[in-house]
Design a protein around this ligand. Structure first.
Ligand SMILES: [Zn+2]
Length: 264
């Protein structure tokens, strides 16, 4: 049986001298693996379309076991992601997170769109660190975590001051601060930003300019949730952390005094 599948390459591994095994995320069939025979040879017509992050349309011969890619056509190559080390690092983090969180062969139209929109935004030179943060917050429900961010997790109030509670996995209002001794107090703009990361689709946000400290703060919260609740540890994360500590390799475009447009 021949199937046409639109998908994005999450990862590839070598198989034998000349073949590759490709993991794709498609909106119709979910996460699938398929053999790309000869794709390791540079002259192969499958060589470029089976590279990580490629969005393509694939013709797959499906037998009993793993399918075989017969043809592939590039829909979008995301060239900037491959050419810029910072973009590559964050895109690698995103595809690894999605690969780890998504089960095989369950249709995942929403996650496919999240992946497509995030890679598109990075290739359009949006801040890849902010885009990765969007993906981290939005993937929490896929791992079974549903943080309470629209109201107080304890008394359901929607007004007042808020703090983040890892114990409640969500916001607590000032009336309930005492139920968790380890709350992290939030400013109104941090509350708004976390809700935006969690609920607003990437393609509807526009260019966010966020201070480094703001991103680090929000990242610390979401990473703590992953560490404590999901057991997902990503290889690409240590590479990212290393790059972020090495400013010469990883120059930052923003200046420390730049005032954030979307934080107030
Ligand atoms: Zn409350």
């Amino acid at each position: 049986m021949l199937n046409r599948v639109e998908g994005i390459v999450l990862k590839t591994r070598d198989y034998g001298e000349t073949n590759k095994i490709i993991t794709l995320l498609s909106s119709e069939t979910g996460k699938i693996t398929a053999m790309a025979r000869g794709a390791k040879k540079p002259a192969s017509r499958l060589a470029s379309v089976t590279q990580p992050f490629t969005h393509g349309s694939f013709l797959i011969q499906q037998g009993n076991g793993m399918g075989t890619i017969q043809q592939g056509e590039q829909v979008e190559s995301y060239r900037h992601i491959r050419e810029n080390i910072e973009a590559t690092a964050y895109a690698s983090f995103i595809v690894e997170l999605i690969d780890r969180a998504v089960e095989d062969r369950t249709p995942q139209a929403a996650i496919f769109n999240l992946l497509k929109n995030s890679l598109h935004a990075i290739s359009e030179e949006y801040d890849p660190e902010a885009i990765a943060l969007f993906v981290e917050w939005k993937m929490l429900p896929v791992t079974g975590i549903y943080p309470t961010l629209h109201e107080c997790a304890n008394c359901k109030a929607t007004d007042g001051e808020f703090a983040f509670s890892f114990q409640q996995i969500g916001f607590l209002c000032h009336r309930c601060f005492e139920i968790d001794p380890y709350i992290i107090r939030l400013t109104p703009s941090q509350v708004k930003l976390i809700r935006t990361f969690y609920t607003v689709p990437i393609d509807q946000v526009g260019k966010l300019t966020l201070k480094k400290e703001t991103k680090m703060f929000i990242k610390k919260i979401v990473r703590t949730i992953y560490d404590e609740q999901t057991g997902i540890r990503l290889k690409s994360r240590s590479f990212l952390d290393q790059l972020e500590r090495t400013p010469l390799l990883f120059p930052k475009k923003e200046t420390p005094d730049q005032s954030p447009k979307s934080e107030d």
